[in-house]
Design a protein around this ligand. Structure first.
Ligand code: HEM
Length: 200
C-alpha cells in the first residue's frame, strides 16, 4: 500500500443497455421495414431477408478473425454467422448475391467501432428467437435454410450475457465509447440501407 486510497472505478452503466437505448429507434424502424417486406410469407421472400443478412455479415466477417477483438470477447470465432448464411442459401438452392463493394471491415479495424457493429450482430441473434419461429411456418429450421438464426448451444440468453458482460468489463475512454455507439448506429444504418436496396 502506498498510503493513497485505492479508488475503485465507478461502475459503468451497462454498455449494452446504453447501446440499446441509443439504437432503440433505429431498431424499431428496421424491424418495421423488414416485416413490411413480408420475409416469412414464402421461401422466395425469405431469400430477400437472407440477402440482407448476407450483406451485413459479409461486412463484419473479418472481425471474427481479428486477434485484438478475440482477446476482448469470449468465443468470438463461435459467434460468426456468415458461413451459416451461405449454407442457408445453398439449402434453398439459391446462389448468394455477389457483392463487389469492399466489406466495411478488413484485416484491421478500429476496435471501439468494431465493438458497436458486433453488438448489433450479437443482439440480432437474440431477436432471432422470434424470427426462427416465423421461419418454421415456411418450412425452414435450424438445420435447413435458417441455420444463421439458430441459438447458441448453451442458449441465446447465456451467449448474450457472456458477450454483454465482456463488453461492460472493457476499459474505454469517452472518445472510444462514442465511437462504439457510432459503430452500432452505423451497423443499423447499413442494414437499413440493405433492406432498402434488397426489398426495394
Ligand atoms: C423483423 C426483424 C426483427 C425483429 C422482429 C426483431 C426483434 C427483436 C426482439 C424481440 C429483440 C429482443 C430480444 C430479447 O430481449 O429477448 C431484439 C433484440 C435486438 N435486435 Fe432485433 N429484431 C429484428 C431484426 C433485427 C436486425 C436485422 C438487427 C440487426 C442487424 C437487430 C438487432 C437487434 C439488437 C442489437 C438487439 C439487442 C437489443 C438489446 O441490447 O437488448 N434486430 N430484436
Amino acid at each position: 500500500m502506498s498510503g493513497t486510497i485505492d479508488l475503485v472505478p465507478p461502475p459503468v452503466a451497462s454498455r449494452a443497455k446504453t447501446l440499446k437505448a441509443e439504437t432503440r429507434e433505429t431498431h424499431e424502424r428496421l424491424d418495421g421495414s423488414i416485416m413490411a417486406g413480408r420475409p416469412f410469407e414464402s421461401q422466395e421472400r425469405y431469400a430477400l431477408f437472407l440477402a440482407v443478412q448476407h450483406g451485413f455479415h459479409r461486412d463484419i466477417e473479418a472481425l471474427y478473425a481479428n486477434p485484438a477483438l478475440d482477446a476482448l470477447l469470449p468465443d468470438l470465432a463461435g459467434r460468426r454467422r456468415f458461413g451459416d448464411i451461405e449454407r442457408d442459401f445453398a439449402d434453398l438452392g439459391i446462389v448468394a448475391p455477389e457483392r463487389t463493394e469492399a466489406p466495411a471491415f478488413g484485416e484491421t479495424a478500429d476496435i471501439p467501432t468494431a465493438l458497436g457493429w458486433l453488438y448489433v450482430a450479437e443482439g440480432s441473434n437474440l431477436g432471432a428467437a422470434f424470427l426462427i419461429k416465423a421461419a418454421t411456418k415456411i418450412g425452414l429450421s435450424e438445420e435447413f435454410g435458417a441455420r444463421h438464426l439458430a441459438g447458441a448451444p448453451e442458449g441465446r440468453g447465456l451467449h448474450w450475457k457472456t458477450f454483454t458482460e465482456a463488453l461492460d468489463a472493457l476499459d474505454l475512454d469517452e472518445a472510444e465509447e462514442a465511437r462504439m455507439i457510432a459503430g452500432a448506429k452505423a451497423a443499423f444504418g447499413r442494414v437499413q440501407g440493405l433492406v432498402g436496396t434488397v426489398f426495394g
